[in-house]
Ligand binder design. Structure first.
Ligand code: ADP
Ligand code: MG
Length: 678
């Protein structure tokens, strides 16, 4: 059977099962063999029944003494019990609603049983154990456990994989032999067999090392290919510009870090290759100003710029800020939002096409579709972790090869940066504007809510403003977000802040309404703003000094840090209060951690280590293939090796076109699915 044979031609895989596999992205035998086990159950070392710990998955080896007939339970379930035991103790095995497994057991024979032991000191039992024969255990002492999803159980996947291993032709090697030698990796077929049915833990580890390398290497190659798309083309050519007049026009002086970053960016703009730079700076470090300096440079060279923000609120705010910064130099800023009236939109589009607009600000959705620039030279993407690799590509398609600047407050650990961007250049704003004070952060239980509102009242009386971020509604809670935020507004926030002007902000408001609420808050016409996390990113209201976050346990630390970054922007002392009744130790530890530090980098690292990259990004939109085996924190050395190797290989064969790299190119394409590389 060939590797590309569809799974339904495997014996035992019907159309129904094939459909479930399809949902996992498994179409062929090769795909199936690429579903790796999550862990193994070690049958080689069974515990004596008497010594088996309670309520823990355990393997025991026991002889079957006798079987009892099936019993029908109230409610229609059937139960079959089997008496078994070893030298140390007796064990009652119980199966519900299945005859198949207990029927297959022979009295007097020995078996391995895996499950949780329950009962009392004198009576031990195991319900629905997994059974394996000594012959099976001898052949595969480590039984693979697969992640169960899409209605496919681990056992079912294991059976299909076993079939495939027996019937498939060995999967062809695709790594160039020198890598196998250099990194001491087992061959592909060996690794695939060993990851599914290792003869020993050492074999499983060697297999894992090889397959982790594969994942990361193919990923780096794919990203490398994406990045080099059209890299031969020059970026929009720009002459160096003196930023002196721009800096001089500001009401404050730029920080040293801002000057340095702007210098690096302007050097890129004046270079021959298109810029691909990440501007990384903690919340409040003043990234917008650096972006404005870049736009200023492009404008002085006669090029248009685009700035994409993740939310409309932020886009609107950026348009205002940049208008103020650029208008003194004759710069014209155009805002494009989804909620614009048709006529206004038409006028904006005309100004963009005619080259009258020097800067277009909008959300990525807005700039992405049907916007024709006269001469787009620079694209700035704010808060890039919200954007996917694909969206970045889409933007690059707007113009031959614009310079791209992505800005992020969520510090991206080096491993993740490598993974996402390969050799993206990075500028860091490691200095906050002067006068900033750390935001005092506290975690409290909801029994403190009244007292907390007393504190908010005092702050408001002193002329400050407060944000209150509402309980987040999660799928499966049953409620909807709108109901949750309005209930909180009506029943908690307003009664507890009597006589104060309290605004309400949520995602369901029309763009105009959002803008009006935001403008009121910004202008100080509101004392408090009750909001969902639509205010999470970027919003800048210097008069606000308190950020309250209800249900703080529902957020990743990076998200909490972003929210906290909404305050502490003025000179006044600022506070962040995390409200949570969640008693779990892990949650409490996380909240204690963020209370103890203001360092965004440390926070991102903590998140990455404790929650994984998927959570780090908040969603699956990043457009990266999922990594099955590789861990971004544990496999950093392999990642570096894969990164270096991919760079080397692409330098020698930039399009992976050499015949000896054809198999490799096919694997890259398989990993990236529908993404095209040319
Ligand atoms: P972020 O890096 O989080 O995007 P912003 O660009 O929103 O930060 O800037 C935060 C605030 O700091 C804004 O109110 C901005 O006007 C102010 N700011 C930026 N640079 C300076 C500076 N050099 N000196 C004083 N205030 C500054
Ligand atoms: Mg910002």
């Amino acid at each position: 059977m060939r590797a590309d044979t569809p799974v339904q031609y495997l014996k035992g895989v019907g159309p129904k099962t094939a459909e479930k596999f399809a949902k996992l992205g498994v179409a062929t035998v090769e795909d199936l063999l690429g579903l790796y086990p999550r862990r193994y159950v070690d049958y080689s070392n069974p515990a004596p029944v008497a010594a088996a710990p309670f309520d823990t998955d355990t393997v025991v080896k026991a002889t079957v003494y006798s079987k009892k007939g099936a019993v029908r339970l109230p409610g229609g379930r059937t139960m079959i019990q089997v008496l078994a035991g070893d030298d140390s103790a007796a064990l009652t095995l119980t199966w519900f609603n299945t005859r198949y497994t207990p029927d297959s057991l022979l009295a007097g024979a020995e078996y391995f049983f895996e499950g949780r032991v329950r009962g009392t000191l004198t009576r031990r039992e195991m319900a629905n154990p997994t059974v394996r024969t000594p012959a099976q255990v001898e052949k595969t002492p480590l039984a693979p456990v697969y992640p169960q999803t899409e209605g496919l159980g681990s056992g079912q996947i294991a059976r299909c994989v076993a079939r495939a291993l027996e019937e498939a032709q060995p999967l062809a090697e695709f790594l160039p032999p020198e890598y196998l030698a250099r990194f001491k990796l087992p061959g592909r077929w060996q690794a695939v067999r060993d990851i599914h049915r290792p003869a020993s833990l050492a074999a499983a580890q060697a297999a894992r090392r090889r397959l982790v390398f594969d994942e990361l290497f193919l990923l780096q190659l794919g990203l490398g290919l994406l990045r080099s798309r059209g890299a031969a083309a020059a970026g929009a050519p720009m002459a160096p510009v003196d930023l002196g007049p721009f800096w001089a026009s500001l009401p404050f002086s730029p920080t040293g870090a801002q000057r340095r970053a702007a210098g690096e960016i302007c050097a890129d703009l004046a270079g021959s290759a298109p810029m691909n730079r990440l501007l990384q700076g903690d919340v409040g470090s003043g990234k917008t100003l650096v972006a404005a300096a870049a736009v200023y440079t492009a404008m002085k060279n006669g090029w248009q710029s685009a700035l994409m923000a993740p939310t409309e609120i932020l886009a609107t705010q950026h348009a205002e800020t940049l208008h103020k910064l650029l208008a003194p130099f004759g710069g014209r800023v155009v805002l494009l939002t989804g909620g614009m009236k048709a006529a206004a939109r038409k006028a904006a589009l005309a100004a963009i096409a005619a080259g009258e607009a020097d800067l277009v600000v909008g959300t990525h959705a807005v700039i992405g579709a049907g916007v024709a620039f006269q001469a787009l030279g620079l694209a700035v993407v704010d808060e890039q972790h919200r954007f996917g690799v694909r969206q970045r590509g889409l933007l690059a398609d707007k113009a031959a090869e614009p310079h791209v600047l992505v800005m992020s407050a969520t510090p991206i650990p080096r491993t993740l940066g490598l993974l996402l961007y390969g050799d993206l250049d990075i500028s860091v704003l490691d200095e906050l504007p002067p006068g900033r004070q750390p935001v005092k952060t506290y975690a409290v239980g909801s029994e403190k809510r009244k007292a907390m509102y007393g504190f908010l009242e005092k702050q408001i009386a002193a002329g400050r403003q407060v944000y209150i971020v509402c309980p987040r509604v999660e799928e499966g809670d049953g409620g909807d977000e709108l109901a949750a935020v309005t209930t909180y507004y009506d029943q908690v926030a307003r009664p507890l802040l009597p006589g104060r002007r309290v605004g309400l902000m949520h995602g369901r408001l029309k763009a105009k309404e959002k803008a009006a609420v935001m403008a009121d808050f910004q202008a100080g016409r509101l004392d408090a703003l009750v909001s969902t996390t639509v205010i999470e990113v970027g919003v800048d209201v210097p008069g606000a000094t308190v950020m309250v976050i209800e249900n703080a346990e529902r957020y990743g630390l990076s998200a909490l840090h972003q929210l906290r970054g909404r305050v502490g922007r003025g000179a006044a002392e600022s506070f962040c209060i995390l409200v949570s009744d969640h008693g779990g130790e892990a949650v409490r530890q996380r909240l204690r951690f963020i209370c103890s530090t203001q360092d965004g980098f440390a926070i991102a690292k903590y998140d990455l280590e404790h929650r994984g990259p998927g959570d780090f990004f908040g969603d699956r939109q990043h457009g990266l293939p999922t990594l099955q085996l590789a861990s971004l924190t544990a496999d950093t050395r392999t990642l570096e090796a894969a990164h270096a190797s991919a760079g080397e290989l692409l330098a020698a064969d930039p399009a992976l076109a050499a015949p000896e790299h054809r198999a490799l190119a096919a694997q890259v394409q398989r990993l990236f699915g529908r993404t095209t590389f040319n």
